[in-house]
Ligand binder design. Sequence first.
Ligand code: CIZ
Length: 350
Amino acid sequence: GPEELDHRIAAARARLGSKLVILGHHYQRDEVIKYADFTGDSFKLARHAAEQEGIEYVLFCGVHFMAESADILTPEHVRVILPNMAAGCSMADMADPDDVYAAWDEIHEVLGEDARIIPVTYMNSAASLKAFVGERGGLVCTSSNADRALRWAFERGEKVFFFPDQHLGRNTGYAMGIPLDEMVLWNWRLPMGGTTPEALRKAKIILWQGHCSTHQRFTVEQIEKARREHPGVHVIVHPECRWEVVQAADSYGSTEKIAKTIREAPAGTTWAVGTEINLVNRLAKQNPDKTVFCLDPVVCPCSTMYRIHPAYVAWTLEALVQGQVVNEVRVDPETRKWSLVALERMLELG
Ligand code: CIZ
């Protein structure tokens, strides 16, 4: 039961002491987040991982690409553990590295080898793609710095190739003043990405056709319903939502921004939130003087984040106490070298 797991985890932590740090992403359920030394979005957690001194182990309660990033950003001897290896990210999986490399070549065949295209990958991607962008003069971004990352890229090139999340790329580009008809969607399942040479020539941003299954569920109808039923409601959504949903909302931002906005809002205000349900429910609990609810009445957990369960935390920590590192996430040295370049460019954005 939960109490037995609490005892087992506490005992293992006591044995591991300051050698261990536990990181918990905002989308983790409460039963897991309570064990975290630090909580946050992938950007903040990447920073925490990079800044810890004297640790030997990072237990990352999040998904695979986040654990990879922690491995890249920590010194060689630090071992990063993902409690359940099945905790992946379906959006990250939509950008298969071979498909991205093929797209890059095809785009250059059309636009010419000297075309100044800067690749930008969302944090939610495989380490090999972070290395790919690092080696080609690009960088990583998260939803809390995508605007700064795109500006950085446009200072260095004429076009941006953005993957895997079309919505984050589109919403951020649009907010920077790039019209929708200067963004083109690349569908990797179709020849030439399903686009045309003319559209590619005109485009400022080439968007990979990936999406987040959780955030894509939010609709304009849900926003209209929330406004009908809660006059005066503030609607805040995540930039992984569709463009029309972001346009219909009052504001949008990363999980960190959503949390901060609600925390700093006046008492008595009402918030309809378009992001993962565990975070929304936690924000509701942490802000008892406000009304906070999820825009999607059918609720929308991130099914892969949910694969981290306290039983896996107990199992992986007890193995560590026995001197066994199970479920280690390790990035090979060549990938590490270039993905670190891409991640550091992001961290330098501030
Ligand atoms: O960057 C992250 O951690 C994710 C997945 C969302 C967000 O907005 O924080």
